[in-house]
Design a protein around this ligand. Structure first.
Ligand code: BES
Ligand code: MN
Ligand code: ZN
Length: 501
């Protein structure tokens, strides 16, 4: 649920709230607002810190007795680490930690944004990060819980932030982005049985109503007429027919170039006839996380006054085994007329993305990025928290990496070695959908496969197979769907410049 943010010029010790969250830097001195609270509590803040061995180490918390000496009813300290190591990411995590401490408080006040000055961080960037942290850290998916105690947190007061109106606007940017991320998380957390491609496409139309983004949904004969052989092929094994969702955002005034987003929307990946193990299927409702990220990111473009034209393509399918399913050895013709021999029906993401990327390239954008839970191999390479970043244009890949860094989503570059391209040569078609020779380097060969469909335009690929889900609560992440990619795509669109390599 969206939180309400406001700015107060009250002193930290006087502000009225159910809970005051005081960030503490790991170091010899308290900063000025922690000092003011310490004074109002007759030195008990410092005494408690010493007694509890609380140093301000990142992620640690300590509740303080207040007995009516503060404007707030209760107070808690949140460690944010050393001053010279403070980053926007740590402020975002600090906000999330604070939100977890504030589950029983309707209104929380905090001086977190004030710390930005101490660390030489931009105050508006800090406000946005803190708002994102609060809202994402209090995210819950309770739709199917009949016994639960939802968080009571509704309002966040940012204390002592000079430049009130601009800080408030930055808090609202953070909140809008967090709303978008939360929608993506909701879609990922939704069981696959309740999100057929049709239901996912309809949910997209509902979500984007009034956002200035136009939504076009293709189904049935339209998919065949447009020769979307990858989408039709992967979709044919399921009782739930596929969809292709096309999104368009046109900025007011002259567009600063066109950016195309493509997201993998496999609502459930059983593997098809090349069926997965029971364990391998457990989390496969997550396989539309890239598509959800694209849709969610587009929802805030007008609010954030994005100057680029942005188009989005999300192929939506269910990958199932059945009497109608594609078989290993079948050949599909993709939109750009390249043919693919499907030797493993579990390598389905690249087949539907091939159509999505072909459509994107046909629109002649200045740059393309796709986001996909594409390979287990990428999780082997980079673990569960880091996305793999590949591409065919260094300037564009650098732009994506910089956007991800600012957004606080960990990504790491992987190569697309030309000499591995021959591993995708097929006996009967232009390409095979899995590499020959053991399947080593599977994230790279998947990337090389996608590259065949971008018509040599500037293109980047984010493999989010790991970070699309979180195994447990961690900073702004909550166990389950993470909405990974939304913040990077929003940042990328906001600062988009045509790559010239
Ligand atoms: N959706 C999976 C990738 C995946 C695996 C995402 C684990 C998240 C966690 C994808 O469709 C897939 O099945 N990929 C295969 C490719 C292989 C058959 C070449 C894989 O990674 O095993
Ligand atoms: Mn698969
Ligand atoms: Zn998949």
């Amino acid at each position: 649920m969206s939180l309400q943010f406001s700015v107060s010029s009250s002193a930290a010790d006087r502000v009225k709230a159910a809970l005051l969250v005081v960030p503490v830097l790991d170091g010899p001195e308290l900063d000025s607002s922690a000092e003011a609270v310490d004074a109002a509590l007759d030195g008990e803040l410092s005494r408690f810190m010493t007694e509890a061995g609380f140093t301000g180490a990142e992620g640690t918390t300590l509740a303080l007795p207040t007995s009516g000496r503060l404007g707030a009813d209760a107070a808690v300290l949140v460690g944010v680490g050393k001053a010279d190591e403070l980053t926007l990411g740590k402020l975002r995590r600090g906000g999330a930690t604070a939100a977890r401490q504030a589950r029983k408080a309707t209104t929380v006040a905090t001086t977190l944004v004030e710390l930005a000055d101490r660390a030489g961080l931009d105050r508006l960037d800090a406000a946005q990060a803190v708002a994102e942290g609060f809202e994402l850290g209090s995210y819950e998916f309770l739709k199917y819980k009949r016994e639960s105690k939802p968080t009571k947190l509704r309002r966040v007061i940012v204390v002592g932030a000079g430049g009130g109106a601009r800080v408030k606007a930055a808090l609202e940017r953070g909140s809008a982005i967090a709303d978008a991320v939360s929608w993506a998380r909701d879609m990922v957390n939704e069981p696959a049985g309740a999100k057929s491609p049709d239901a996912f496409a309809r949910a997209t139309q509902r979500f984007l109503r009034g956002t200035g983004v136009t939504v076009q949904v293709l189904s049935g004969a339209q998919l065949k007429q447009r020769r979307l052989g990858g989408i039709v092929g992967v979709g044919q094994g399921s009782e739930q027919p596929p969809r292709l969702v096309k999104l368009t955002y046109n900025p007011a005034g002259r567009a600063r170039g066109t950016l195309a987003l493509v997201g993998k929307g496999v609502i459930f990946d059983s593997g098809g006839l090349s069926i997965k193990t029971a364990g391998g299927m457990e989390t496969m409702k997550t396989d539309m996380g890239g598509g959800a990220a694209v849709i969610a990111a587009m929802s805030v473009l007008r609010d954030l006054d994005v100057k680029a034209r942005v188009i989005g393509f999300v192929p939506m399918v269910e990958n199932m085994p059945s009497g109608k399913a594609i078989r290993p050895g079948d050949v599909l013709e993709i939109r750009n007329r390249k043919t693919v021999e499907v030797l493993n029906t579990d390598a389905e993401g690249r087949l539907i993305l091939a159509d999505g990327l072909s459509l994107a390239a046909e629109a002649k954008p200045d740059a393309i990025i796709d986001v996909a839970t594409l390979t287990g191999a990428c999780v082997v390479a980079l673990g569960e928290k880091i996305a793999g970043l590949m591409g065919n244009d260094n300037a564009w890949v650098d732009q994506v990496r910089a956007a991800a860094d600012r957004a606080g989503e960990p990504v790491w570059p992987l190569p697309l070695p030309r000499e591995y391209r021959k591993l995708l040569d097929s006996e009967v078609a232009d390409l095979r959908n899995i590499s020959t020779g053991g399947g080593y380097g599977g994230a790279l060969t998947a990337g090389l496969f996608l590259q065949e469909f971008v018509d040599e335009r500037a293109w980047a690929h984010l493999d989010i197979a790991g970070p699309a889900r979180a195994a447990g609560d961690d900073g702004e992440l909550v166990k389950g769907g993470t909405g990974f990619g939304v913040r990077t795509l929003v940042e990328l669109a906001t600062r988009f410049t045509k790559p010239t390599d």
